[in-house]
Design a protein around this ligand. Sequence first.
Ligand code: G6D
Length: 349
Amino acid sequence: MEVTIKRFGELDGKTINKISITNHNGMGLTCLDYGCIITEIRVPDSKGDIENVVLGFDNLEDYLKYSPYFGAVVGRVAGRIKDGRFSLDGNDYVLAKNNNGNHLHGGLKGLDKVIWDAKVHAEGPVAKIEFTYESTDGEEGYPGNVSLRTVYTLTDANELFVEFFGTTDRKTILNLTNHTYFNLTGNAKSTILGHTLKLDSERFLELDENLIPTGNVIDVEGTAFDFRKGRKLSDGPASSHEQNLFAGKGYDHPFVLSKKKSATIELRCDDNGRKVEVETNQPAVVVYTSNQLEGDFLLSGGAKPEPYLAICLETQNYPDAINHPDFPSTVVDKGEEYYSFTKFTFKTV
Ligand code: G6D
């Protein structure tokens, strides 16, 4: 494994570093110690052409100014928390209302906007980047001093493991994810509407008009949300289903993943043969087809932002779970360890 660490910029008087790893097949991963942001994933297509398949920027300033969580670790709690409020053990907590009166993605300065301490371990066919961050009690309104670890592992089998570990000194809530925007065309040549998504999921969470889970779970059968046999992502914007319309004509929904061990998510671009298979220990994946992506900036590789330029596959627990007793719990107590595992395997077909 080839590893380089370079200065990417400076924030609040601290150097932001860019860490690049390339495996023996030429697959590359580049990330920052700011927000554990994945800035590039470079993989071959069926002809062997290696290109970047995620959205990002070439400079820190653009991440600070424009980024809608491109490639970032998101938390302490990913997704929305209704009214920015929750109760835990009789204590009421108020969080930042940073999205239509609700809390989104960890608040105004979530985990995507802090500097993590990064260490690289590269031995033989495996390279790991271990990021650590101590989130103090009351940070963004969340209880507990929480020790967090994010570990990205790249192997010579073109696998990228994303793992999160967390411990706390008092009861809190945790639900992290990675918010990478995938576009398998390479350098975002075109939108992802021609991509095919396959999901081992029979149900998805109903959202209200503010994209807050209502508590209802909807069967995918007979809807544009049925990805069990594979479906073109263009079916989302073309669908008149109320849920696709609430999402801004597309998808922005948590899908309940089958409990089968082999429950996988598969995204492929038939034009060039790139495919990524995703496995996770998380109960859900939020599929977001960048329905509102727009702005006066250029992405790395020169592409202009536009709706449907990428898809996010945010493996995680259910959003707003703390306010839904029948959802899987996101509560972590002192003495417990929060652990999230997701594996992205890049292949060609
Ligand atoms: C929008 O609703 C979507 C979120 O799901 C996404 O994470 C964010 O944009 C970047 O708020």
